[in-house]
Write a protein that binds this ligand. Structure first.
Ligand SMILES: NC(=O)c1ccc[n+]([C@@H]2O[C@H](COP(=O)([O-])OP(=O)(O)OC[C@H]3O[C@@H](n4cnc5c(N)ncnc54)[C@H](OP(=O)(O)O)[C@@H]3O)[C@@H](O)[C@H]2O)c1
Length: 309
């Protein structure tokens, strides 16, 4: 037997239970990961609380919980290539990550991701990277971010934001990022110029960047995308990751799976070089999964939340 976070009905953190479950095993083309750390994302509780969102990912109850994970391969299915028992890995397992063991499909083209964890990157940090890192990279690539751009990021201090800000600075952009006032120093620490979200955003952007912004990425709804449109940023230079499939005014809807295959290596190389740091806002033991999800669902996390096993 092994432990897994399970929910039998859709709902808030209170539906999450830590249960003893039979150990899963790796089938053909799969590996089993002994999970040591799982990173949380809004989609985890979004899926667990909303049957329609769950259905989009093929999830029905009872279900396991979480996507991002890191750990060690401890079982390799027949025909699996590229992974061996003992390899340190990180990646994603849809609805199965917060568990002692997670089976990951490594077939080419599978909707799950698995990479080898570079020496020098801890499992806690590796577990923060798959969804947030890939989505940040995709959101910047979609708007063709380049050196000299002035970029407006909405929701710049969250899980995706901390990667987007740092990747944009590395690319040579000036970065304006929205947050609440208490978060300003946190964002300045990453080289971003903070401004508050909410009504009047366009005026605050004009005051901070009178010469205008050249690109924008919205990591929280549509306010930043709409503001950028109002500031005459061309729609093809505006991306949103959180507006659903039909964003306003022809701006680009982007997801983590749109990232280029080399995006993750660029991020891990930068972490190893010390040019990207991963702020971990809190680490919870698996027994405290409800507290971890409650903090995540509050939507004022600065960086990432990690659950350890
Ligand atoms: N399409 C995809 O593939 C994909 C992938 C990943 C994430 N997402 C979505 O993208 C969104 C961001 O994900 P995340 O992991 O970065 O979320 P997160 O970590 O929960 O974001 C938290 C941040 O949001 C900020 N925030 C709170 N209210 C805000 C508002 N009204 N306007 C702007 N910012 C606000 C907070 O700043 P303060 O604390 O300063 O208020 C906080 O730093 C989520 O909706 C998620 O579901 C989509």
């Amino acid at each position: 037997m092994s432990r897994a976070v399970i929910y039998e009905t859709f709902g808030g953190p209170e539906v999450l239970e830590l249960r003893e479950v039979p150990e899963p095993h790796a089938g053909p083309g799969e590996v089993r990961v002994r999970v040591t750390a799982a990173g949380l994302n809004p989609m985890d509780w979004g899926i667990a609380s909303n049957p329609q969102a769950a259905a989009q990912f093929g999830i029905t109850v009872p279900s396991g919980f979480g996507y991002d994970l890191a750990g060690v391969v401890d079982e390799v299915g027949s025909g699996t290539t590229g992974f061996a028992v003992g390899d340190r890995v990180y990646g994603g397992a849809m609805g199965r990550a917060v568990a002692d063991f997670a089976v990951v499909d490594t077939h080419a083209g599978a909707a799950e991701m698995l990479w080898h964890t570079p020496d020098g990157i801890s499992d806690e940090v590796a577990a923060t990277l798959p969804v947030a890192g890939m989505t940040a990279a995709a959101a910047l690539a979609a708007i063709d971010l380049r050196s000299g751009d002035t970029l407006l990021i909405g929701g710049a201090a969250g899980g995706v934001g901390v990667f987007a800000v740092q990747l944009a600075k590395l690319a040579g952009a000036r970065v304006l990022g929205t947050a609440s006032e208490g978060t300003f120093e946190f964002l300045r620490g990453f080289g971003a110029e903070p401004l508050t979200y909410g009504p009047g955003l366009a005026d605050r952007v004009r005051a901070l960047a009178p010469e205008g912004v050249s690109a924008a990425t919205d990591l929280f709804g549509t306010e930043t995308a709409e503001t950028a449109l109002a500031l005459c940023v061309p729609p093809e230079r505006i991306a949103t990751i959180a507006a659903g499939p039909t964003p306003p005014g022809g701006v680009r809807a982007v997801g983590g799976f749109d990232a280029s295959p080399d995006a993750m290596a660029r991020i891990t190389d930068a972490i190893l070089a010390g040019t990207i740091t991963v702020p971990i806002a809190a680490i919870f033991p698996i027994e405290k999964i409800r507290d971890a999800v409650t903090q995540q669902a509050d939507r004022h996390v600065h960086g990432k939340i990690v659950v350890i096993l």
